[in-house]
Design a protein around this ligand. Sequence first.
Ligand code: AHM
Length: 341
Amino acid sequence: MMAASDPQGQIITIERHILEEQSSFPGATGTLTNLLYDIALAGKIIASKTNRAGLVEILGRTGDTNIQGEEVQKLDRFADATFFRMNDHTGRVALMASEEHADILPIPDKYPTGKYILLYDPLDGSSNIDYNICLGTIFSVYRKITDGRGSLEDCLQKGRQVVAAGYLLYGTSTMLVYSTGRGVNGFTLDPAVGEFLLSHPSIRFPKTSHYYSVNQGNERFWSEGVRTYTGWLQGRENDSPSLSARYVGSLVADFHRNLLAGGIFYYPADTREPGKTHGKLRLLYEAIPLAFLAEQAGGCGSDGTQNILDISPQSLHQRTPFFVGSRDLVERAEAYIQKLG
Ligand code: AHM
């Protein structure tokens, strides 16, 4: 897709787009605008490293494990530190929380705090780092609702309170896709000018879907409802859509493809071990931001029984079953789960 331009034929940079969006919010101070621009800048820096991930200097693991018990890789650590440092001193953010840290991340005392809460998964799909496969960063922004320099309560807001959310996709090109609640727009980084250019304006899920994305290797651990639903997606019933399977194992990549081509990504609850009965993915860092984007693009996100955006988070690293994509496919998953469990 070619970069979108205005009627005069000018290319629309992300800065210009964010500024134009700001002008449609009466009373906007520009703080969110600048925060989004800081995020875009962090994404550019992370992209410059992920592009070089195959090189020996960055490849390799730190040997530590993160709060989820997963091995932390160097690039994760770099992405995590970059996102924090790009936002810790600006006076726009009151508090951050990262999938890589057990607790909330206060702004250092020497810096002023602001009115926004920033939650992020710095490098999603990190099991793919060694194999030169797409990775992503997922973020969401909320307003601070407590007094002072922010607290855990500020991070545990429902998805309905999201002010802005989006992701960076480090693929064949680097993309930034975001929404401030006025639709979804996608930007592609032009390495020649070092700027994100509007390439995918007003993204909506297409009416016809093409793909379903799930780790089918886990099928034996799924409920009957999820197994039967998967059969329906594959074409085993009269009204089946007969979709093709595509699974990268990087949530951002799987979501992005299905957003553009139409489809559903799901990571259901499974019975493997007690911890997985609530799914694998994190409500705050992964499910809520993508469910917000999906809804803004005409789709939706669900845990199989209720809309992800209506769940009250109880803890920072809470996991959830997750179904996200074209609305009719998500609703059909809910119907199978309601009927068969
Ligand atoms: P991560 O936080 O270690 O990157 O794990 C999250 C990833 C998602 O990107 C992806 O959708 C899922 O885990 C894949 O899990 P699995 O390997 O079990 O299929």
